[in-house]
Design a binder for this molecule. Structure first.
Ligand SMILES: Nc1ncnc2c1ncn2[C@@H]1O[C@H](COP(=O)(O)OP(=O)(O)OP(=O)(O)O)[C@@H](O)[C@H]1O
Length: 266
């Protein structure tokens, strides 16, 4: 029987607008992700994807509604939750091993276990041989692997990722996307992944949620019925294209609505 992973109940987030009108970034979202499943959110720019993720992460308080993880409420930052963001979060003065161990040190993991687990995660993300390298000696994609290894080393049950590959070129994004999927098949965290990129969402996920332009609601939920052991080559298959067209037909209307609203407001 499936277990609850992330439960989002009737969630709304409104930002006070100062002199301007308040902004409703997220409105009445209720969705569930069973434990160990991988879900992506796509939506037009500014629709509230990051806001939704930040609330799930406990970094932003909702105006209404609630979040449960593994059946227990989220009330603030929480060690059950691992985060990977777009920004390079590696510490430039630390080696790969020390960067990966850093989060465990903060959590008070015993030093011996830190070293062992750091090496396991370095192997998992494919950075063997770069243990003593500093971030400046690594590519952008490798630095994101370090960030992922650090987060995974903290053994969260839920992994939240907000456009982690946005700063990378398209080829690296696709390859790293396939890599993250391979890693997830081993670690089996419950994953919520935010991206603008449809290909990335389909390549990686078991389900894709499409968010509307503001106020952000989930307007479509698509199951990704592609082989479980797929790799980056799946992007050139007819089944992949069909899914892409199906999602794009919904997303296109929302992107256009956003474009018109932003142009009118400018
Ligand atoms: N702290 C804040 N204060 C006021 N408004 C905010 C705040 N954070 C986000 N917003 C507004 O809420 C809306 C949703 O923002 P959010 O960053 O969640 O969208 P997004 O879908 O992640 O955007 P993008 O795809 O461009 O990253 C936007 O209009 C944004 O300006």
């Amino acid at each position: 029987m499936s277990q609850p992973g992330i439960q989002i109940s009737d969630l709304s987030v409104e930002f006070a607008g100062g002199d301007a009108d308040p902004v409703t970034a997220v409105s009445g979202v209720s969705q569930e992700i069973d434990a160990h499943r991988f879900v992506s959110i796509v939506g037009p720019s500014g629709c509230g994807k990051s806001t939704l993720l930040n609330v799930v992460a406990g970094l932003q308080q909702p105006t209404a509604g609630s979040i449960m993880i593994d059946g227990k409420p989220v009330t603030g930052p929480d060690r059950r939750i691992g985060l990977v963001f777009q920004e390079d979060s590696t510490l430039p003065w630390k080696t790969t091993t020390d960067n990966v161990a850093f989060g465990m040190r903060i959590l008070g993991v015993a030093k011996r276990d830190q070293q062992r687990r750091a090496q396991e995660m370095i192997d998992l993300v494919g950075l063997q041989g770069f243990e003593q390298s500093y971030p400046a000696m690594l590519s952008g994609g490798m630095r994101q692997r370090v960030a992922l290894a650090r987060t995974l080393a903290q053994q969260p049950s839920v992994l939240l990722m907000d456009e982690p590959f946005a700063a990378l070129d398209q080829q690296t994004r696709i390859l790293l996307g396939a890599e993250v999927r391979r890693i997830w098949r081993q670690t089996k965290q419950t994953v919520l992944f935010v991206t603008h990129d449809l290909s990335e969402a389909i390549l990686m996920s078991q389900q894709v949620w499409v968010m509307s332009y503001r106020p952000g609601r989930i307007i479509d939920v698509i199951d990704v019925d592609l082989p479980d052991d797929r790799d980056a080559s799946v992007v050139s298959t007819p089944a992949f294209n069909e899914l892409q067209n199906r999602i794009w037909s919904t997303l296109q209307q929302e992107a256009m609505r956003g474009f018109v609203a932003e142009s009118t407001a400018a």
